[in-house]
Design a protein around this ligand. Structure first.
Ligand code: PSU
Ligand code: MN
Length: 301
């Protein structure tokens, strides 16, 4: 893998580094807002005293800490694959360009020695999974790879109660940031209870430290940060868009790894771009919290 010199130096000196994924750039948002957002997220992380490391795969080589030019490429280049865990050997052997999902970003971040990773929403158990068995590989990865993922919960395109059950089965701590309710991405509320609320970023750092202190507790941690109330969407509006998008996907027979990108794109269209604005705001907020967690953890590690 190729680690950007700035990231490498920060890691060697034990300074806070935050990993970022690239599927959200290539398959999660339209150009040019995707690139603009990715760069703003990096800036927010810097403003809060951590070094950003956007991760992706260029010609079969994992890149840890993309340049702005590389981010631009991931935003607009055609034919960039979406690589989850099972795609990695193929992408490496065939020297493809590939955007990394939460699962693969965790794998590569962990190899590079990065402990904290910020994203928007994780993949989860899809609605109807009892028939389709469509469960994101992100959840398995959270079970085994030592990275803390900071997100705004999961989108209601998924089955949120089943996603929480699955995370429990897989032994993943799910921590609410100043809340005991699972946030639902575009809104702060899912109506689902979490067992633990973090009172601040230091609290998260202490839990990470504890988990890393014993190999028997190997695996990831999920920190769920609610979207700030002023940027949240109206629940009825977003629920309707989700229902319509799900119906459309079903009619068109969208399956497998195409499902999530298809639904995200449809929801942006159905809400005339409103969902994209909320999406951007919540990621920037996650970036702030994630950078602070990385900072607190670097202090006590
Ligand atoms: N959820 C979002 N935005 C995203 C994704 C999920 O709100 O961009 C992306 C992430 O990269 C996540 C992936 O890891 O989709 C999950 O895809 P799948 O369900 O195919 O595992
Ligand atoms: Mn899937």
């Amino acid at each position: 893998m190729k680690i950007n010199p700035e990231v490498k130096k920060a890691l060697e000196e034990g300074r806070p580094v935050v990993a970022l994924e690239s599927t959200i750039i290539s398959h999660g948002m339209p150009y040019p807002r995707n690139v603009e957002t990715a760069l703003r997220v990096e800036q927010t992380i810097r403003d809060h005293g951590a070094v950003p490391a956007t991760i992706g795969i260029i010609e079969g080589e994992a890149i840890v800490g993309m340049t702005p030019e590389e981010i631009e490429q991931f935003g607009k280049r055609k034919g960039i694959l979406k690589a989850s865990r099972r795609d990695l050997p193929v992408v490496y052997a065939k020297k493809f360009w590939a955007a990394t999902t939460v699962a693969t970003t965790m794998i590569i971040a962990n190899q590079a020695g990065i402990e904290v990773f910020v994203t928007g929403g994780i993949g989860g158990v899809h609605r109807g999974a009892e028939k389709t068995m469509d469960i994101s590989a992100d959840l398995q990865e959270l079970a085994k790879t030592n990275v803390t993922v900071v997100c705004a919960g999961a989108k209601a395109i998924l089955d949120l109660p089943l996603t929480l059950e699955y995370l429990e089965t897989m032994g993943v701590p799910v921590l609410g940031y100043k809340t005991k309710e699972l946030p639902a991405f575009y809104t702060a509320h899912s109506g689902l209870n979490l067992d633990y609320a973090l009172k601040d970023e230091n609290n998260a750092a202490e839990i990470i430290k504890e988990k890393r202190s014993d190999k028997a507790m190997d695996g990831g941690i999920l920190v769920c940060v609610p979207i700030p109330e002023e940027y949240a969407m109206d629940k009825a509006t977003i629920d309707e868009a989700i229902e319509t998008a799900l119906k459309k996907a079903d009619e068109l027979g969208i399956k497998g790894k195409e499902t999530t990108p298809f639904l995200l794109k449809s929801i942006v269209e159905l809400t005339k771009g409103d969902s994209l604005e909320s999406n951007i705001k919540l990621i920037l907020n996650n970036a702030k919290v994630g950078a602070n967690i990385a900072k607190e953890y670097a202090k006590i590690k």
